[in-house]
Structures are given as structure tokens and as C-alpha cells.
Design a binder for this molecule. Structure first.
Ligand SMILES: [Fe+2]
Length: 199
């Protein structure tokens, strides 16, 4: 080991099956807290009468957030559906909009939905070994279209922050629904161009 003046290197272990870091607590999003992201929240309400499943979890590791630093962690989207729509993350822009991010899929099968503030969109497949580059300015959401946890490793510049509110108000232009047992990208009938009055 060599001493690095002015900083300290460190390592964290992530389980490649669960995606979890045993030494750290993940941030958990249960269906009760994210039901409004789905096209049919009333179907989420039906399910919540019986159970409140964990939809996704991720790490907000407390790292230095100075320019030049990197944040990283894992995200785990659990398998499931609400009204034919796959379990997914809320999705976000970065507060520093001109921030790119890389996601490396470690396990599962998914899709990375991306959208610019102008409404241009892209969707990329996620499968083990596949790295997806999310360009700067694009909101992004990971969607689990498989039957096992979707585990990804992500990294982005540490001072970028998160803007969840814009997506909460306007949604994504495109949704991924299960149709005939397969994922299909469809128009979101509730999408609001430029935010509008919100969902
Ligand atoms: Fe991000």
C-alpha cells in the first residue's frame, strides 16, 4: 500500500448476486411511497391492501461532493409489475443538468429509459456485462423487465445532485409495459410537455 498525500483511497464490497453492500444501509423505496409513478396507481392501491413490496433500493453513499469527485453505488430494482407496468425507479434529472452517468448491469434484465428536457428520448437494454452511457442533460430511469433483481452499478460526478421533482410533475414521455409477456415501449398518456400542471 502506498500513501496518497491529501486524500485516501478506499474500497467497498458489493455482492454480485444481491447487489448489496453488507457494510452500508441502502435507501429503500416501497410501493406505498412510489405508487404515483405508475400509470395505474389505483392498481397499486389494490395491492397495498395486501402487501407493500419493496420496489427498488440504492446507495446514497456519503462521499465527498467536491468538483472532480465521483459518486458511485449500486441500484437494485426488484421484479414485479403494477397494472402491466414493470417495477422501476422514480427517475431523475441531475441538478447540474450537464452531467453524464454510466450504469453497468451486473444482474438481471432491464431497460434504461432516458429523456431530455425537450422530450427527446432513448431506451437502452440492460443485461449483465452491458454498460449504458447516459448522456448529460437526460433524465433516466431503470426498469426491471425480468423475473430476478436488476442490479446495476452507477457512477457520476459527485456534485451533480438530483432533481426528482421535474419527473414527478411531468412523467416520462414513454413507458415500458408488458404486452404478451414481453416489454413494449408505449406512449405515456399522462406525459406533460414541459411539466404543465403535473400529474
Ligand atoms: Fe443519475
Amino acid at each position: 500500500m502506498k500513501e496518497i498525500l491529501g486524500g485516501a483511497g478506499f474500497g467497498l464490497d458489493f455482492d454480485l448476486v444481491t447487489g448489496l453492500c453488507p457494510r452500508k444501509a441502502s435507501t429503500k423505496r416501497y410501493l406505498s411511497g412510489v405508487k404515483s409513478i405508475f400509470l395505474h396507481p389505483e392498481q397499486a392501491e389494490e395491492r397495498l391492501k395486501k402487501e407493500d413490496p419493496l420496489v427498488y433500493e440504492f446507495y446514497e453513499l456519503e462521499m465527498i461532493q467536491d468538483p472532480g469527485d465521483l459518486a458511485f453505488g449500486t441500484s437494485i430494482v426488484h421484479p414485479g409489475r403494477v397494472g402491466g407496468e414493470y417495477f422501476m425507479t422514480k427517475g431523475h434529472f441531475h441538478s447540474v443538468l450537464a452531467t453524464a452517468e454510466v450504469y453497468l448491469c451486473l444482474r438481471g434484465k432491464g431497460m434504461m429509459m432516458m429523456e431530455s428536457p425537450e422530450g427527446d428520448w432513448d431506451c437502452q437494454e440492460l443485461y449483465p456485462g452491458r454498460a449504458v452511457y447516459v448522456p448529460k442533460r437526460l433524465a433516466h430511469r431503470s426498469i426491471n423487465v425480468g423475473e430476478e433483481p436488476l442490479v446495476t452499478f452507477f457512477t457520476f460526478r459527485a456534485e451533480a445532485g438530483h432533481d426528482y421533482g421535474t419527473i414527478e410533475r411531468q412523467g416520462f414521455r414513454k413507458l415500458v409495459m408488458e404486452r404478451g409477456g414481453r416489454p413494449e415501449v408505449v406512449d405515456n398518456p399522462r406525459w406533460k410537455d414541459g411539466g404543465g400542471d403535473g400529474l
